[in-house]
Design a protein around this ligand. Structure first.
Ligand SMILES: *Cc1c(COP(=O)(O)O)cnc(C)c1O
Length: 359
């Protein structure tokens, strides 16, 4: 079987074991004589699948009972709107950090609903960086502080989170389950599944249940967190198959040893590429060292034609998806949880050889 080294930023690589398991039970799910794709979302087989996903997430992150775990649709982009729609009441304000392209989109949506205080802005900084967590000055009266834990395009990642008294709201789309963290300062976390969690089509939300009570009567029922908490994410038909894959992925992470093992593996993988970049005068990292991401490694070569040649040659050697985001160019190697360590070695060897020939 010819599996490539898949550096796609999202949808992204999934654990081979998970794909094989899904394949093996695709036609006949646990003796039901039908695929999980064809099963009722209210049937006991599917309900067990969804419950396992919730249980696995609670186990992995130590999520207490006062938090709900929800599976929604509309992507992280939908959450850019749903968060302020539910949490930002009339006449209230919220604090946002603008750390890059994704944070900027979240800010734009929040402005539709209330007053937004951008209390730190590093979105245009080059090299790319994040606000120092200790430097943030919350606005008196702000009802939450929004951060983007990993800027997928810029290749930056918060290594620790701000310590403040209002609830933190975080877009963790591209590093959720890549490491453990203390959930208690967070009022709400959201993540589109297609980076680190599963396939596209499901959006994970973990939130303090009490926050869902704030919602205005004017918010449509489907867009209220309260609805989905009360209905156990079954108010309408959930993306069953995507949630099923999330179940398999979380099961895989538990089997691997949990989030601390995952984090160590991720740091080691990223360090292999970063140490090559640091030692090279040919490759240049685009993010400030203390903020660089273990998920998305962004770098430049001495010229754009060399970058084009790099991407083309890599692709010919089955290293796929290395082109940087169209808005910034350069190279981006996305190496999420499921990206195999040995494929990082393949990239490092390729980079060394490319520098030898072209440096
Ligand atoms: C990919 C991504 C998004 C957008 O996710 P969709 O599910 O496509 O809406 C938002 N935030 C971050 C950090 C991302 O990486």
């Amino acid at each position: 079987m010819a599996r490539v080294c898949n550096f796609n930023p999202g949808p992204a690589v999934l654990p081979l074991e998970v794909l094989q398991e899904a394949q093996a039970e695709l036609l006949d799910f646990k003796g039901t004589g039908m695929s999980i794709l064809e099963s009722s979302h209210r049937g006991k087989e599917y309900m067990a699948v969804q419950q396992e996903a919730v249980d696995n997430l609670r186990k992995l992150l130590g999520i207490p009972d006062e938090y709900a775990v929800l599976f929604l649709q509309g992507g992280a982009s939908g959450q850019f709107a749903m968060v302020p729609m539910n949490l930002l009441g009339e006449g209230q304000s919220a604090d946002y950090t603008n750390s890059g392209a994704w944070a900027s989109k979240a800010i734009k949506e929040a402005k539709l609903f209330g007053k937004v205080n951008v209390i730190a802005d590093t979105a245009k900084d080059i090299p790319t960086r994040l606000p120092a967590p200790g430097s943030l000055k919350p606005t008196p009266g702000a009802v939450y502080l929004h951060v983007t834990s990993n800027e997928t395009i810029a290749g930056t990642q918060w290594k620790s989170f701000p310590k403040i008294s209002v609830p933190l709201v975080a877009d963790m789309s591209s590093d959720f389950l890549s490491r453990s963290f203390d959930i208690k300062p967070f009022g709400l976390i959201y993540a589109g599944a297609q980076k680190n969690l599963g396939p596209a089509g499901v959006t994970l939300v973990i939130m303090r249940k009490e926050l869902a009570e704030r919602v205005s009567e004017k918010v449509p029922v489907i867009f209220r967190y309260k609805t989905h908490i009360e209905e156990n994410s079954l108010y309408n038909t959930p993306p069953c198959f995507a949630i099923y894959i999330v179940t398999l992925v979380t099961r895989w992470i538990l089997k691997m040893g949990g989030l601390d093992v995952m984090a160590r593996r991720n740091v080691e993988k990223a360090a292999k590429v970063y140490s090559l970049i640091d030692a090279s005068s040919f490759y240049r990292g685009t993010a400030v060292k203390e903020f660089r991401s273990d998920m998305n490694i962004t770098f430049r070569l001495p010229s754009e034609p060399l970058e084009e040649a790099f991407i083309k040659e890599a692709s010919a050697q089955k290293l796929k998806g290395l082109k940087g985001h169209r808005s910034v160019g350069g190279i981006r190697a996305s190496i999420y949880n499921a990206f195999p360590p040995e494929n990082v070695d393949t990239l490092v060897a390729f980079m060394k050889e490319f520098e030898r020939k072209n440096g």
